[in-house]
Design a protein around this ligand. Structure first.
Ligand code: GLN
Length: 223
């Protein structure tokens, strides 16, 4: 008798596994991601619009909010630090307490994505400006305004690992001089680094919010 009930339990388990596996494809639909855009200064609304369009494009449920208060950070899965003026963003981030709050959650739950000025803040070292206090989330060394006056803004095709050819917009861009430890190079420009990843954090020296190619969000938001 005990034998039969054991067999029955096994059957029930098999049926359960079968049923669950039939519905696994629904998981992305059930997922809900909470994206924040740091709203201190810079390309804030462009990033919020672009992130929303990317979610729509891939049919993923999620919310996008502009973050100005430190107590919002704990609610997020992703935080985008936009392009702008890294000296200003750095100063106000520290003054508002957002700096410490990001560090608190970036260790295990929050994924931080720095673009242009934001990428400067992701670095461990800034080689040419002591006024900016970076978050040090990625083992990289960066330089501000690397592309100089003549090429303050330009667009060019780069090759991103996992995406392929990508049209990127650079505006008074910094450069990632070097990556070490677990920091992985994802794209280069003129023998320098244009995009890198470390764990779930990303740094991009260009502006993904200014083009309508959403493939990059697939990588950044793990869609
Ligand atoms: N040059 C700016 C800085 O160093 C970055 C430019 C940008 O974000 N578009 O802060």
């Amino acid at each position: 008798m005990a034998h039969i009930s054991l067999l029955l339990k096994d059957w029930v388990r098999i049926v359960y596994i079968f049923l669950i596996s039939r519905f696994l494809y629904l998981l992305p639909i059930l997922a809900f991601m909470r994206i924040g855009v740091l709203g201190i200064q810079g390309d804030v609304s462009e990033h919020a619009d672009s992130a929303e369009r990317a979610l729509q494009y891939y049919g993923v449920r999620g919310s996008v909010e502009i973050v100005r208060k430190k107590d919002r950070i704990k609610n997020l899965d992703f935080l985008i630090i936009p392009g702008g003026e890294s000296t200003t963003i750095s100063r106000l981030m520290i003054r508002s307490g957002i700096y410490d709050e990001i560090l608190k959650y970036a260790e295990d739950t929050l994924s931080v994505i720095g673009t242009c000025a934001g990428s400067i803040l992701m670095a461990r070292n800034i080689l040419d400006d002591e006024r900016v206090k970076p978050l040090g989330l990625m083992n990289m060394k960066v330089r501000r305004n690397f592309f100089g006056r003549q090429r303050e803004s330009f667009e060019t095709n780069i090759h991103i690992k996992g995406i392929g050819k990508y049209h990127a917009v650079f505006i008074r861009a910094p450069v990632i001089d070097s990556c070490s430890g677990n920091c992985e190079v994802l794209a280069t420009i003129e023998n320098k680094i244009a995009m890198a990843r470390e764990d779930r954090h990303y740094a991009l020296i260009f502006h993904p919010e200014l083009t309508e190619d959403y493939r990059i969000y697939r990588l950044l938001f793990r869609l």
